[in-house]
Design a protein around this ligand. Structure first.
Ligand SMILES: C[S@@+](CC[C@H](N)C(=O)[O-])C[C@H]1O[C@@H](n2cnc3c(N)ncnc32)[C@H](O)[C@@H]1O
Length: 297
């Protein structure tokens, strides 16, 4: 071999090998993850991997190590350090829930709902990384966005993501640390809000989940009591109190709650136009409603 020449290997071959090992480990989307990890290491978008047909042996070794970590069921986003929701890119890692593609349709619905409102007031409950609040703030720089999160670990990620957003010229977001069920936390906003969004914990306790969720998502971000409704039930009252007449709520729920959660909202006289919506995979995923003014008796 000529001195100084670096060995080059086929990227495609290594992506196929990685796909096989991820599939064998039970990873849900092995080809996608193998490509995403390669794209991450090559610092290129996944769709442009074709521009890198050959890789160096040293790169292959680093790639193999990364794939092995994914095969141990560490979430893809913990390895790349980011997740995307709408037009927001958020930093993620241990201690915070990873935003999911399931939430995309909720964000789209929410943005459409406030399309005609100038400087809408928005509250995102159970904000985690701040992903929904940020997706709205990025798309609507005129919006006045508030976000609430209880867990200190998640709050630190949300703070960091909001700081990054503001440093890039984005509008500041009012982040409040506390329990969404605490009546005192948001009283200054009562009756003033155009849009409440929420992706609360909603999985019934004891439901089997993938290792990426069971080991790496904080339990308090996922599970909510025996029927999964421990946070949703009181949150409906809080959201109804925040909304101004005509204001709307969009709240995610478990795919087994496509009838239960709309029924909880329909039981509230101040909420109308209750509708349930599917996610990108066609499963019941979020409910929406509008606040009405009750006639005086
Ligand atoms: C399913 S995660 C959603 C995070 C984020 N909204 C998203 O879509 O990526 C639920 C979040 O609610 C927070 N949470 C759970 N109970 C809460 C409560 N009572 N008050 C405030 N936050 C709560 C959890 O810490 C977690 O960050």
């Amino acid at each position: 071999m000529a001195v100084g020449r670096v060995a080059r290997e086929s990227l495609r071959v290594h992506i196929l090998a990685a796909t096989e090992s991820l599939a064998a480990a039970g990873v849900a989307a092995p080809r996608y993850d193998a490509e995403e990890l390669a794209a991450f290491l090559l610092e290129t978008p996944r769709m442009r991997l074709g521009l890198h047909p050959l890789v160096e042996s040293e790169w292959v070794e680093t790639y193999r190590q990364l794939v092995a970590r994914r095969a141990s069921r560490i979430p893809l986003q913990h390895l790349t350090g980011t997740a995307v929701l709408g037009r927001a890119i958020v930093a993620v890692g241990p201690g915070v829930f990873i935003p999911r593609p399931e939430t995309e349709v909720l964000v789209e619905w929410a943005l459409t709902a406030i399309r005609e409102i100038r400087a809408p007031v928005v509250v995102d409950l159970c904000s985690g990384t701040g992903a929904i609040a940020l997706a709205i703030a990025v798309a609507r720089p005129d919006a006045v966005v508030h976000a609430v999160e209880r867990a200190p670990g998640a709050l630190a990620w949300a703070r960091r993501n909001i700081e990054t957003h503001v440093a890039a010229g984005g509008t500041p977001i009012d982040l409040r640390g506390g329990d969404v069920i605490d009546q005192r936390l948001l009283t200054d906003l009562d009756g003033t809000v155009d849009l409440v969004t929420a992706n609360p914990p909603y999985v019934p306790a004891g439901t089997p989940v993938e290792p990426e969720v069971g080991v790496h998502d904080p339990a308090e971000a996922v599970f909510a009591g025996p029927d999964g409704l421990d946070v949703i039930r009181p949150l409906i009252s809080i959201a109804a109190g925040l909304l101004k007449p005509g204001g709307v709520l969009a709240m995610e729920h478990d795919d087994t709650h496509g009838e239960t959660v709309p029924a909880l909202l329909s039981a509230r006289r101040v909420l109308a136009d209750v509708a349930d919506h599917d996610d990108l995979t066609g499963r019941p995923r979020f409910v929406t409603a509008r606040r009405v003014t009750l006639p005086l008796r």
